[in-house]
Design a binder for this molecule. Sequence first.
Ligand SMILES: [Fe+2]
Ligand SMILES: [Fe+2]
Length: 164
Amino acid sequence: MDISISEEIDQEFLEYVGGILEDSEFLKLGRYKQHQFTTRLMHSINVSYISWTIARKFGCDAKTAARAGLLHDFCVYDFRDEVPTGEMQAFYHPKVAAQASKERFEVSDKEENAIRAHMFPLGPLPKSKEAWIISCADKICACTEACHLAIALARRNRIMVSAA
Ligand SMILES: [Fe+2]
Ligand SMILES: [Fe+2]
């Protein structure tokens, strides 16, 4: 999976998420369709960017918003697969994403809660402003993507992902 990033994108945002975006395991998210018209990788980038933008505007922790936003769906499997615990995927996948993020990247407790709580009200309560921002950004992106509208960094192809 190759990723090309436009020079227009703010360096601060890239400093926070650059390491994750270069990770081969994380880039596997480009294999999975999300919300019918995009990939889980592009969706995650958009949630991250919108969360970072909102957090910065309101004086919140923009780094946590960007990183946890990017990792919120870090699940390297098809969501149509059977869930081993028998739970609904909506409750199961945030736990997988949190565990995978802990194993692969150094995530703080605050980032972990934001990942686990992103499906609220399905699942745990967001415990920080940044977790609330990510949960809202996820829903905004999901609705927009399902309507086949380019949002955030998918607009004007500011981030493009292609098979290597
Ligand atoms: Fe999710
Ligand atoms: Fe999501």
